[in-house]
Design a protein around this ligand. Sequence first.
Ligand code: HEM
Length: 529
Amino acid sequence: MGRSLRTFAVYTQPFVVKNARSAATGCPFSKRQRSQIAPTAELNEEIFANAKPYSEVPGPKPIPILGNTWRMVPIIGQFDISEFAKVTKHFLDKYGRIVRLGGLIGRPDLLFVYDADEIERMYRREGPTPFRPAMPCLVKYKAEVRKDFFGELPGVVGVHGEKWRQFRSKVQRPILQPQTVKKYVAPIEHVTEDFLKYMVNARDENGDLPHEFDNDIHRWSLECIGRVALDVRLGCLSSQLSSNSEPQRIIDAAKFALRNVAVLELKAPYWRYIPTPLWTKYVNNMNFFVELCSRYINEALERLKTKKVTSENDLSLLERVLQSEGDPKIATVMALDLILVGIDTISMAVCSILYQTATRLKQQEKMAEEIERVLPDPSKPISYSDLDKLHYTKAFVREVFRMYSTVIGNGRTLQEDDVICGYHIPKGVQVVFPTIVTGNMEQFVSDPEEFKPERWLKSDGKLHPFASLPYGFGARICLGRRFADLEIQILLAKLLRRYRLEYHFEPLDYAVTFMYAPDGPLRLRMIDR
Ligand code: HEM
């Protein structure tokens, strides 16, 4: 494999999973019990005939009337949303490699699958329109509350079937083409330079960054996404942002949208039937985003009318979409989707990556040496090919994602009956792939408790390609992943080229708000090298 990154594709240690026990089925990973079905094999009648019934899938038993929803309600329930990552691990320990959580009010059963072979098989067999059961509240907002605006082109997030496929096919090429992403190296570098200037000024006399540094990371990521999706510098990094300034309102709105999805979805979802105060706030919040994106896209359209364009290469991502589709609504909805999922995900990932960098000094020095080798002159602009050479730095990030998966899991709603881990699972069930657990299971990763970026550079040891997939897989894979990687790499390269990060406070636990990230003030110390 040489030095390039292996290409497939918590400082608490709660998710190291050794020889997970199966209460109901004996050792779940004995050779005999691992998936007998090849990843791309068609299921035949015999396989269905030999499968055990769905009712026998182990899992917590629903209690009459309340179902299993009570387990998700903070305080009275057994499981707190912020503990969701621990709950998924608990399910594996208690019930084994497949767990059914049924009886949830207002939603289909959840089926947790902790077997990377089975996960691979499901991903590889999914049809042209995979169904990711995400954000029913966003679905309701797009399909019902603002049907007037979204109509037949509602975007990709919270959209399924043919409408999803049509929209994705319109925007996927420009967004994922390396040629497009390359054009954003300099703009993201400029944003990041401004962020570093801000950090340098914000340090106290010890070099410690402010308590609310996670908010500052949100400002950086918003500035990046504004540059990519709206073609503007939003001004989020200016030193004095008042609480009602537009950039701060955008940051607050993005945080609100993502954080409350888990609450709206996992607690009893009364908002489906009556407009609860939280739901009304959610709708107003989304309206704010729609108005914001429409305004900036109209401005971009006006600029494009007078821009001299000789080739496609002169166009930004947004201008390419505006020009090729001829419909500003598509660009607006694309921008909205990118912003909705592209701020908190990357901000939380960066909080986690910087915290791990600051607490793992040996590995930090290896990254710094590599960055210095590739960028001997720190004042020279970074190029795309420089970033290509940061093998160890990329492997460090990959290892953070494996051990502390920012997105705790992915999922698919079954569109036809399937046989999973020997059980007949009916169509409509929501299958959860708990990446946060599977990436830390001994059955799939050698020495999972060791933080070892090198595992991504050498091919020795076990590393199941489907155990840790930070960006998902297949036709629905993360649309922003190339931009996310670019932003993270540029930030690490600029930061570690000049500064050392340290952390001198109580160790932080990880918790789930919507993403999985260090819980508490991220007081990093930033020392000149
Ligand atoms: C480190 C940061 C990020 C992580 C870990 C992440 C992870 C994910 C995952 C797991 C999915 C589901 C994929 C699947 O179903 O197979 C997803 C979807 C998506 N992501 Fe990301 N993401 C990140 C950053 C971003 C950014 C920065 C953007 C926007 C610029 C973005 C835009 C999207 C969109 C639009 C989708 C929906 C794709 C679809 O359903 O067709 N993501 N992401």
